[in-house]
Structure formats: structure tokens, C-alpha cells
Design a protein around this ligand. Structure first.
Ligand SMILES: Cc1cc2nc3c(=O)[nH]c(=O)nc-3n(C[C@H](O)[C@H](O)[C@H](O)COP(=O)(O)O)c2cc1C
Ligand SMILES: [Mn+2]
Length: 503
């Protein structure tokens, strides 16, 4: 069962041996980052710093840092189980027969029941600080890297409303603390939060939830279409709606179970220099102008716990938020491009730099069609490089992928160079926001694609493999895993299971 709030989640992590409490006084200025960086790379536990220097609240970090914890958060054995539940919804067909009808109705009901529910009272408002009582310095906000412009709130769920439709949007955008009652709001150019801002005239009310259950926190980072409320996704994935309560100084609803809520507003046109900030690209993003968020109230639970995350050179904790999105959105990607079998966004590629995709190839030029489909699909459109392989290739095994890139590619024939929109933070292109794209077709080619006769791949006969399986123990050898004809990663196992384990 997924957990309902952050305390429930911390208790689960503790029961599972997945959390360590640090009682020593630790400085949120750089020191926490260095500890977390080492812990994440070692596949270590979530950390609850009980005495962050200079602050009045404990700091939770690395709650998402391994595949096991990510699965615990979603209450599943594997992230693909989450994807399968969504696939059921996406594939909802007009049902035939009674059993299918009942199943269909249950699925529809579970979607309807996923909408946030308004309640009268929320633990997130046990303590209310307004006006001059508001001081962000009570929170252990991290300055993550030596070149950062200041402390940044890094794991917020920022709630806005589209002024035209009234639709809620929830997104995760870093917030540089500027003073006791103000922060910057780092809304990148492609994001829904930014669009809500652009639609607004004058003043825009904002709520920022800190310390939610892990599914709601994850949902704030999920690249949903504009008109879908991220808290509805959270309700669906949790199997219980996110409860919301009216804000104390704003006309927005805020999560009733949050540890901390910042209420406030942004005045259109009030901008500030934001950054530099050491980001998930592995580089500092330079200072740029972003809107100023003015805080009118801090509401919180008693002894509220402040959540944080460090981004930087991969792999960091956010790798697993990204992997969750990769897995959870596969059914939606397949619905639009059904010939896609699987895809992998390598963590080392910082997600937007590289996408490996396997396809059921059916016609000449098919791999190139799929590259262009990816460059036209939601946030995947920002992907800089796409590698396409045939369906039998395991996209998560980078050794295999590299083999087919080496073996099957004629660079003159199989490489596509084009251009399009790029990630807001990508420093490599000459212009910000737009630049080159590369596609590599590593599929086997047919005569209609202008090749000579394509040779068969080497594969041992099934008969001999069975014989050797049967007789293996007679040979006095140890591991005899058969990988018929498929080059294995040569010691490089799947990235998915690897991120967590390295020292
Ligand atoms: C740890 C973390 C930090 C992020 N920081 C930002 C950020 O500062 N600005 C931004 O635009 N997106 C940031 N993102 C990505 C957005 O949360 C993500 O694109 C989300 O889908 C945005 O929601 P929206 O499309 O509803 O605006 C971050 C994601 C994570 C996991
Ligand atoms: Mn959104």
C-alpha cells in the first residue's frame, strides 16, 4: 500500500532499514551535499538530518535514491507494474460482455475517485505564521554547490491555477531564497507553470507544498499534458485522493497532509536574477531573469520536516524520479507510436541528451520515422540524440546497444542530423533553447534501404543450447547463463539495477 503522507513514508523507510537518522549537527551549506553525494553513489539509505545548523526543522534527503525505495514508494515490485496500471486506463476500449463492462466501470470509477478531495482541516495548518513572522531562514534550505548563488529550495510542489480554465497545475521548480519572505521561481520556458504565469494579468497566487507523500512529490515532476492535474495522477497512483484544504491567505487549495506550505503571490513583471545553480546537467546554469515569489504565510505541522534533493553530475537522487517517469510513461509513448517496444533514457545522458529506443521495424525508413516521432512527443521532443535498434535488442543493456551501433551503422546512410527545440538548461547549443539533433539508425537494413545483402546474425542452435544446459553440471564450471547470440554488456549490467549499487 502506498503511504499517505511524509511521516507514514519515513516510518515505512525505517521499518525497511532504508533510513538513517543523523543527529550530529550538519551544515546545509555544502556539507549536506557532500554527504548525500557519497551516499547516493554508494546506493545508501535515505537520511534524516535532525540537527541542520542554523535551522529549526529536520531535513529529509535521498528518499528516492535507489530502485528499491522508488518501488517501496509506489507499493510495487517493479516500476513497470505502475506503468501497467496506467496502460489499463489508456487502453480502455468500449467493453464487450458483462465481465469486461464491470472491469471497465471499475477503472472509470478509480479515475473519477482520483480527483483531489477538499477537506475542512489539514495537519499542514497546525502552525500558521503570517506577515512578519514569516522567515524562510527557519528552514534548512541547502546551498548545494560552491558556485551556487545562494540557498535553493529543491523539492517543492508548486501549485498554480490557469486563470482562464481554473485548472490546477503542480510542478517542481527550484526556488532560490532571496530574503526572509521571497524566493525566485525557476519556471523554464517549456513548462505548464510558466504558461499559467504568462496567461495571468497582474497578481498570481501560488502555493508551494513541501514534504508530501512520495507519490505526490513524484507527480509534481511528471511531464503530464497541460490540462491534467498532477494531483489527480497522484490520487490514481496512490489509490486514494490527495486531500486539499483552503489556504489561509490565498484562494488556492493546499495539500492537507503536507509538512510545510508556503503561500504567496507573484506580481507579473517582478523579476530577479536567478542562479547560478549547479544543475542536473552537471554544470552551473548561469544567472537568468525569473519571477519573484512573495511569501504571505508559512503553514506547517508541529515539528515539520523539510524535504530536499541534490542535483548535479549524474547519477544523483533525481535519477530515480527520471527513471520512474521513463517507465510510467512508456504506455503513453506506445499509444502514440505503437511500433515502439521499449526505450531507455540513460541517467548519464541527463535524460534530455540521449534516448535509446527499440522498434518493431515494418518498412524502409521506419527508424527515421520513429526518431522524428520522438522529436515531436511532449517533453521527449527536447531529446538531443536518438538511437534506434531492432525489437530484440535490450535498450537497457548499453553494451548490446553499442554493439549494434558499431555493427549496423553506415554513418553516411544511417545518421540523421536535424534541429529543433532543446532543454532550457542545455549549455552546448550556440543559441539557448534551439539547436542540433542527431539520430542514429542501428537497426538491420533491408534491400529497399539500398544495402547489399544483410548477413545473418550469429546464433547457436536451440538443440545445442539445450544439450549444454542439461550437461552443465558435468563440466565443473560455475555460471552458465545463456545469452544466445546477444552480446551481453561485458560486465556492464543494466543501468536500471546498477545506479544504486556503485561505490
Ligand atoms: C529535482 C527536480 C528539480 C527540477 N527543477 C526544475 C526547475 O527548476 N525548473 C523547471 O522548469 N523544471 C524543473 N524540473 C522539471 C519539472 O519539475 C518537470 O518538467 C515538470 O513536469 C514540470 O511540470 P509542469 O509541466 O506542470 O510545469 C525539476 C525536476 C526535478 C525532479
Ligand atoms: Mn503540468
Amino acid at each position: 500500500m502506498p503511504t499517505r503522507d511524509l511521516r507514514d513514508w519515513i516510518a515505512l523507510l525505517e521499518r525497511e532499514g532504508e533510513l538513517v537518522r543523523v543527529s550530529a549537527e550538519v551544515d546545509p551549506h555544502l556539507e549536506v551535499t557532500e554527504i548525500v553525494d557519497r551516499t547516493v553513489r554508494a546506493g545508501g539509505p535515505a537520511l534524516l538530518f535532525e540537527n541542520p545548523r542554523g535551522a529549526q526543522h529536520a531535513l529529509l534527503i535521498n528518499q528516492f535514491g535507489t530502485e528499491r525505495r522508488m518501488c517501496l514508494a509506489f507499493g510495487v515490485e517493479s516500476l513497470d507494474d505502475v506503468a501497467n496500471r496506467l496502460a489499463d486506463v489508456l487502453e480502455l476500449q468500449p467493453p464487450e460482455g458483462l465481465v469486461a463492462k464491470v472491469r471497465g466501470l471499475k477503472t472509470l470509477k478509480s479515475i473519477a475517485d482520483s480527483r483531489p478531495r477538499t477537506v475542512k482541516r489539514g495537519a499542514s495548518q497546525e502552525v500558521v505564521l503570517r506577515g512578519d513572522e514569516v522567515d524562510l531562514a527557519r528552514l534548512p534550505v541547502q546551498t548545494c554547490w560552491p558556485g551556487d548563488a545562494g540557498p535553493f529550495i529543491t523539492l517543492p510542489a508548486v501549485i498554480t491555477r490557469n486563470p482562464r480554465t481554473g485548472q490546477r497545475n503542480v510542478g517542481m521548480y527550484r526556488m532560490q531564497v532571496l530574503g526572509p519572505r521571497s524566493t525566485a521561481m525557476h519556471w523554464q520556458i517549456h513548462k505548464d507553470g510558466r504558461a499559467d504565469y504568462l496567461f495571468t494579468e497582474g497578481r498570481m497566487e501560488i502555493a508551494v507544498a513541501l514534504g508530501l507523500d512520495p507519490i505526490a512529490t513524484y507527480s509534481a515532476s511528471a511531464p503530464l499534458p497541460k490540462h491534467i492535474d498532477e494531483f489527480m495522477l497522484a490520487g490514481f497512483l496512490r489509490d486514494s485522493p490527495v486531500e486539499v484544504v483552503k489556504g489561509v491567505t490565498i484562494d488556492l487549495e493546499v495539500p492537507a497532509d503536507a509538512e510545510i506550505v508556503l503561500e504567496g503571490y507573484i506580481d507579473k513583471g517582478e523579476l530577479t536574477d536567478e542562479g547560478p545553480f549547479g544543475d542536473h546537467t552537471g554544470y552551473y546554469t548561469p544567472a537568468e531573469q525569473f519571477p519573484v515569489f512573495n511569501v504571505t504565510a508559512i503553514t506547517m505541522r508541529k515539528d515539520a520536516i523539510y524535504p530536499s534533493i541534490v542535483v548535479g553530475k549524474p547519477p544523483q537522487e533525481d535519477a530515480w524520479l527520471g527513471k520512474a517517469t521513463e517507465r510510467i510513461f512508456l504506455p503513453a509513448v506506445k499509444m502514440t507510436v505503437p511500433e515502439i517496444v521499449d526505450y531507455d533514457l540513460p541517467v548519464a545522458g541527463a535524460f534530455h541528451n540521449l534516448c535509446i529506443v527499440s522498434i518493431r521495424k515494418a518498412f524502409p525508413g521506419h527508424a527515421k520515422k520513429v526518431m522524428h516521432a520522438i522529436w515531436g512527443l511532449g517533453m521527449l521532443s527536447l531529446t538531443k540524440g536518438v538511437i534506434v535498434v531492432d525489437e530484440h535488442v535490450d535498450v537497457h543493456d548499453y553494451g548490446q546497444v553499442m554493439f549494434y551501433v558499431g555493427a549496423n551503422v553506415d554513418p553516411q546512410r544511417d545518421v540523421v542530423i536535424t534541429e529543433g527545440p532543446l532543454d532550457h538548461l542545455d549549455h552546448a547549443p550556440t543559441l539557448q533553447f534551439v539547436g542540433g539533433k542527431i539520430g542514429i539508425d542501428a537497426t538491420a537494413k533491408g534491400p529497399l534501404e539500398g544495402t547489399r545483402e544483410w548477413p545473418p546474425e550469429i546464433v547457436m542452435s536451440e538443440e545445442v543450447r539445450e544439450l549444454v544446459d542439461r550437461r552443465w553440471s558435468e563440466y565443473g564450471l560455475e555460471d552458465g547463463r545463456s545469452v544466445n547470440g546477444v552480446p551481453s554488456g561485458m560486465g556492464q549490467t543494466k543501468q536500471l539495477s546498477r545506479i544504486g549499487r556503485r561505490a
